[in-house]
Design a protein around this ligand. Sequence first.
Ligand code: CP
Ligand code: NVA
Length: 341
Amino acid sequence: SAPNACEAAGPVAHGSRCAGPGAAAGSAPMARHLRSLLDIDNNELERILSLADTVKKDPAAYRGKLAHKQVAMIFSKPSTRTRVSFDVGLTQLGAHALYLPAGGPTGLQVNRGETNHDTAKVLSRYVDAIVIRTFAQKQVDELADHGSIPVVNALTDRYHPCQALADAQTLRERFGKDRRLKLVFVGPGNNVTHSLMLLGPRAGMDVVCASPETLPPVASVLERAQADAAAAGTSVTVESDPVKAVTGADVIYTDTFVSMGQEDEAEELLKKLAAYQVTTELMSHAKEDAVLMHCLPAHRGEEITAEVLDGPQSIIFDQAENRLHAQKALMLLLMGAEPWS
Ligand code: CP
Ligand code: NVA
């Protein structure tokens, strides 16, 4: 599919970021967003991760830091981790999280044709930030362009940046900051793959995408990730042979073979990906102390065997827990309760 404006923009220099078309409008300070990891550079990632560690160690110190703030949480797809961790995290910080299902008989008007433009303008008059899980990345971008408050991507078909932040925190806890990691994503090119590909250059990590040639990552995202990697001195590559890809890996990462919204294509996807199941045999080609990651929800017997998912190399529940801490740090920064530097 076509690159969005951010992907096409070319590598960002440190300190700069991809601003939407509405960026120059008005004189009020521009809201910061997390539409994708393209919105943050290496230093900002470092800031989010170090604050996430502090928030995790001493949650009481941040109680009430977002007192009287309101956050609209729009969901067009199911969620366990994202919905609960945002709601709980925001409540712990003193904010009020409004859960707004986009669809169904009592959903938002945006599902009945109200424009993202009007929705963004109206919500900007009531609340202090928007968290949104939806299908089209364009919806996230439009809300950010037309509103005046931070917009956070809680998963689109294109990206899952909040997951990548928690993953980065989890990897630092496990390996420290200094080891240069090789992370291999085994599975289809999808939202989680794309965010990991953009995380690599920002976190000093080499990323390999082990996907079948028929299900590659989106070309514009790959190009952008490779340009960012070249600038950062890291690498982002695609390798269709899973054994070759995972050889020497520090991290093996997988995700469902059938993402939300792809239910009609399930049979075909499972067939194309059958050779990409993460098994004990596949894990044996990685480094001895390699870890297994999965964003969850998992499908034992499809993308991964139960033996690996529930085995000693798995750090899946640390990842899930860190969604809470990483997102609390993110919201403190985006909502101006903590300084970026
Ligand atoms: N990993 C993740 O985003 O999980 P949920 O779909 O349950 O939010
Ligand atoms: N790729 C998966 C991630 C779920 C957290 C999906 O989009 O369904």
